[in-house]
Design a protein around this ligand. Structure first.
Ligand SMILES: C[S@@+](CC[C@H](N)C(=O)[O-])C[C@H]1O[C@@H](n2cnc3c(N)ncnc32)[C@H](O)[C@@H]1O
Length: 405
């Protein structure tokens, strides 16, 4: 394979550093930071760009560190930013968000601030991996489909690590371990089948095939003073602390730009996280297409003035609202989601994005629809990775400046 020495300049959305060859061709470099000189082995070459990974660091960035997790040296590809100092990771995430808002979202001088501080390690209560041929828990090797078995994972909650260390799973299965950090509930889902899964006493083990046939299994978690039922097939944020940081960032935008909101819509509401927190005390409508999530949301929000509509976003007939909180899947809101926001007539849209490229596209679509970016907070939910979670506020033009302050 071709090796080239390159100087990197910036960080791209996918977490790879960007360099340029003398020819002008852009190279995306995994394992590098901005402002380094590195030797890169190219793995993909096209006319307009190439991709590769660092094989030698000639001039390191001051932000380069030894990966704190021993699994990195063994080839584990679970975290792509272990070589970057933690504060620098946070700065880089904010930089990527500011860049996409400016370029794709056409936001002038985007205001991007950090969310509530979260530790990079020991936090994640949901971890997805695979079982190797011996039934041990494993992650994919970097840029490969091969597996690397691990005894523990640096970013996982201790209750997840206890399951990793003392379980065996159906060889070749996909394994999702999910725990309630504040309730002690623990669950393992193996797909396609549970097979000969052996887990510690008290851990619920279920097969993907059983869930498909209608078997129900769930854990409970506590977030923001409420208890949440989370079914095996329902989405939930990666940690209770992370969920609280997202709620806090959302509440701050509402307090600042739509104080006294009486009607809230929670688009893509999952098990009802935003409806049951920032929507408390308002008349709230949740929109969600997953049956398992809808059942959980109805159970979780039974004590509130909440209505959960089971429908895909594109088919929802918007209800009037003062505030929309939208937390779509990685692909973002898109045209149909933005049309749903517009249809509510809301003065404030709080967009929770888990993919910066989608945020850029959605910010552009919201701008076209008359919504102006009023600030973003990056919540570092996924330490040691380039994965970005960001809460952004967009105000309808006529309403900009009408909030508190
Ligand atoms: C990132 S999760 C957010 C869930 C929730 N807001 C939370 O914080 O826990 C996105 C949710 O959107 C739902 N979803 C994805 N596409 C959808 C669509 N087209 N229409 C309605 N819901 C959708 C998924 O089922 C999932 O529950």
């Amino acid at each position: 394979m071709t090796r080239v020495e390159l100087k990197t300049t910036s960080m791209a959305v996918g977490g790879e550093a960007v360099a340029r060859e003398d020819s002008g061709r852009v190279v995306f470099v995994a394992g590098a930071l901005p402002d380094e000189t590195v030797v890169v082995e190219l793995s993909e070459e096209k006319t307009s760009f190439a991709r590769g990974s660092v094989v030698d660091v000639v001039v390191p960035s001051p932000d380069r560190v030894e990966p704190p997790c021993p699994n990195v040296a063994r080839g584990c590809g679970g975290c792509d930013w272990q070589h970057i100092e933690e504060d620098a990771q946070r700065r880089l995430r904010r930089g990527i968000v500011a860049d996409v808002l400016a370029r794709a979202g056409r936001v002038t001088d985007p205001q991007v601030a950090p969310g509530a501080p979260l530790p990079a390690e020991g936090l994640r209560t949901t971890v997805r991996g695979h079982a190797d041929a011996d039934g041990r828990f494993a992650f994919r090797r970097r840029r490969s489909h091969d597996l690397v078995a691990v005894d523990s994972c640096l970013v996982a909650h201790p209750a997840v690590n206890e399951i990793i260390a003392s379980s065996t799973f159906a060889p070749g299965s996909e394994v999702v371990i999910r725990v309630g950090a504040r309730t002690g509930d623990r669950m393992v889902v193996s797909s396609p089948k549970r097979g000969r899964t052996r887990v510690p006493e008290g851990v619920t083990a279920v097969g993907g095939d059983e869930l498909e046939k209608g078997h129900r299994a769930w854990i409970h978690e506590q977030v923001a003073g409420r208890t949440w039922r989370v079914s095996a097939k329902a989405f939930f944020q990666a940690s209770p602390e992370g969920a609280e940081a997202l709620v806090a960032a959302t509440q701050e935008l509402i307090d600042q730009h739509a104080p006294g909101a009486e009607r809230v819509v929670d688009l893509c509401c999952g098990v009802g996280l935003f409806a049951g927190t920032v929507g408390q005390g308002t008349s709230v409508v949740g929109v969600e297409r997953s049956a398992a999530s809808v059942a959980d949301a109805r159970q979780n929000l039974g004590d509130l003035d909440a209505r959960i509509v089971k429908v895909a976003l594109a088919r929802w007939r918007p209800s009037p609202a003062d505030v929309v909180v939208a937390d779509p899947a990685r692909s973002g809101l898109g045209k149909e989601g933005v049309a749903a926001v517009v249809g509510t007539g809301a003065g404030l849209c709080v967009l929770v994005s888990c993919d910066p490229a989608a945020l850029g596209r959605d910010a552009g679509l919201l701008a076209d629809a008359g919504y102006e970016h009023v600030g973003s907070r990056v919540v570092d939910l996924f330490g040691h990775t380039s994965h970005i979670e960001v809460v952004s506020g967009f105000m309808k033009h006529a309403d900009v400046g009408r909030g508190a302050g």
